[in-house]
Design a protein around this ligand. Sequence first.
Ligand SMILES: N[C@@H](CCC(=O)N[C@@H](CS)C(=O)NCC(=O)O)C(=O)O
Length: 214
Amino acid sequence: MELFSLPVSTYSAKVRIALGLKNITCTISPPPGGYSTAEYMQLVPLGTIPALRVGDEYFSESDVIMEYLEDAYPAHSLLTDDQLKRARHRFLARYHDLWLEPHLRRTFAHCDPATRVQAELDDHLNKFEERLAKLDELFTAQPFMVDKNIGYADCAFPATIELADILLPLFGRELKLGPNMTAWRAAVLANPVVKSVTDESRSATLEWMNSGGG
Ligand SMILES: N[C@@H](CCC(=O)N[C@@H](CS)C(=O)NCC(=O)O)C(=O)O
């Protein structure tokens, strides 16, 4: 099994956290030729990272990879046996992928003040902040999102929150977390797997930004 991933990629960080929490050994490689390249798209048609190779089979989409890991490695389940809790984990992970993170990602195009479209940038920053505030209403920190143990939902957010902490000040804003997210963030960062993946992702992001963010 081989995971195509780069330290700067927040969706890859999510899968790497799951691999670490589940204690799964997996080769981690950069995408051959780089993501979105013709070479890589021969293997992974959408050209995105993360993608997983299992034998001769390749598939992408971080949540699909997470589900595969849960199915193929049921030990150290990140979903628990409780069906309602499983649904809550999946809902929060989906909220991250579809509702929250895309607005942060869309600010990347506006990092350079010379080419920035301020109205578009403000729209994404406002939506990101609204949805982060809404996230605080969607769970009660236990201290993790669904349970007293770290689980599936908790893998999606750490790298995104650290990225927001770096990116928002560039645009004159700051990361504001409600009480649930504040308690949750302290709890996830105290986990050695999460800390190591997010530290790596934080330094890769700072390096990427110092090199012009292209
Ligand atoms: N929905 C995808 C998003 C993955 C994604 O956007 N990955 C970024 C890196 S963090 C990427 O590969 N971007 C290249 C592109 O969009 O062409 C997932 O969950 O895996």
